[in-house]
Design a protein around this ligand. Sequence first.
Ligand SMILES: Nc1ncnc2c1ncn2[C@@H]1O[C@H](COP(=O)(O)OP(=O)(O)OP(=O)(O)O)[C@@H](O)[C@H]1O
Ligand SMILES: C[C@H](N)[C@H](N)CCCCCC(=O)O
Ligand SMILES: [Mg+2]
Length: 227
Amino acid sequence: MAKKLFVTGTGTDVGKTYVTGLILKKLHQSGETAAYYKAAMSGNDRGPDGTLYPGDALRVKELSGIPQPVEEMCPYVYEQAVSPHLAARWEGRPVQAEVVYAGFARLCAAYSWVTMEGSGGILCPIRLEEPPIWLPDLVQGLGLGCLLVAEAGLGTINQVGLTAAYLHRRGIPLQGIVLNRFQPGNPMHEDNRALCELVSGARVVACVPEGAAALDCTVEELKALYG
Ligand SMILES: Nc1ncnc2c1ncn2[C@@H]1O[C@H](COP(=O)(O)OP(=O)(O)OP(=O)(O)O)[C@@H](O)[C@H]1O
Ligand SMILES: C[C@H](N)[C@H](N)CCCCCC(=O)O
Ligand SMILES: [Mg+2]
């Protein structure tokens, strides 16, 4: 039975992909079979022949060294750098929940540790046409708990507190927090660490400096986040 985790963020560009890459690197280096998944990826580049490349999936592979084929990593890849619901509408390829669930189930049958990254923050629209799908619907449908990635700097207390409150309202377990772009010794970043724990009730499991090649926690601490 695979262990599963959803990686959300306080918003887009906070470092979900970067942190997920480092998580999978630690799992992979400890000899575990680890897989990456993202339901809907918008904002991707085309190659000279028109092929659309799934940017986050390629980045996770590069950061972690996992051998998982990129074709398994994301059922819906869009070019436009807008919310997935809008990219899907513009590109004429609406997300179907059953396709997302089937891709995830295949990974759970083949790997021991399956990590799914969100798009944007937790309140992200995936499809607004009938039947509408919001990201937390998929997280709940898959029965996942989540790890929250946040920036270490100014503004994070409010963002972490609001995200934690929303997750609580939706009944989605918050298993831990990772502070990204953390500056060790910066008194505000150190204080934010304590305040994020206070406003969320969850533990900060790792603090990731700019350019970090590894997480400052053990693989056992990471495994404890999965359910
Ligand atoms: N700790 C870090 N050190 C160096 N670069 C980082 C770090 N964290 C994030 N980045 C870079 O910042 C950019 C945004 O990060 P990332 O792609 O991980 O965000 P995201 O939350 O996954 O965004 P999205 O919502 O698009 O999935 C990327 O270019 C990434 O490589
Ligand atoms: C294109 C971008 N990098 C992300 N992949 C999608 C972010 C969706 C954010 C939606 C929102 O909260 O406004
Ligand atoms: Mg990402």
